[in-house]
Design a protein around this ligand. Sequence first.
Ligand code: SIN
Length: 322
Amino acid sequence: MPSGLPSTSPGTLPSTIVILGTGGTIAGAAASTSDNVGYTAAQRPVVDLLAALPQLAGQAIEAEQVAQLDSKDMDAATWQRLARAVARQLARPEVAGVVVTHGTDTLEETAWLLQRVLAPARPVVLVAAMRPATSIAADGPQNLLDAVAVARTPGARGVVAVLAGRVHAAAELRKVHPYRTDAFDSGDAGLLGVVEEGVLRRFRDWPAGEPLGLGVLDRAPADWPWVEIVVSHAAARGDAVRALVAAGVHGLVVAATGNGTVHRELDAALRAAEHSGVTVWRCTRCAQGALVGPNRGPAASMSPWQARLELTLSRLASRGGG
Ligand code: SIN
């Protein structure tokens, strides 16, 4: 049973949207309004981002600062805090949905974590920006308005991300550009929808699935399994894999070439790693598509970082070593 759908008294519809702040460029600040790259992320509190939007005045909106970081520094402890805060808010009958302000750099990892752990029956909408809040053409305010509109959409559920008027489901969300405001893509699956003048036009189903449950994150961050990513490429070597195994790594994701092939030197080291008890998963280093045929496995359609997270969660869920 998906989590996050508390019972409401007959006749009362949940109407509160809770905005959880975690930092990112959407809360970033630069010395000049024309500087879109030389800024510091995670400077403005989430209440300030909301105060800049008179369009939201009069709406039932609450804010909570869960973290204040550049998402490149996302870690297990912050994920625990965020997942618990989302679950706590969704358990309130008056809450229609949760919006999470976040950096773009690891947005897809947090989206996947929340979807896999909570598979919420109400919307959890991640929102970010590519330009700091101080920019003369900041994209954050419109993105935040769009995210609230998606969170208020009747029937909305699951974890999605909203940027540049485009709505992506957690599983397919990929950051594909380091600079432009429309920096995300949903690959072959396509967008979940678009937001036009505050209205969602939806193309496919909301994310669904069985949640692993919040308890899967209970282990102390220092005891989370250690899972690394290695990449197959021309002239690849096995030394890094052997060093990781010697250092005690628990799992490895190999970002393989094309349809799952791995350089023979790296392949030999990975086979030895598996033989010594390290879990090895394979995905493609291609930006789109999924592994087809004999190389298909649990990470066939995942990006390397999504697969790394999935393997971590799977070891946490099975209470495996590490
Ligand atoms: C971050 O990911 O926190 C910084 C970069 C961004 O939000 O675009």
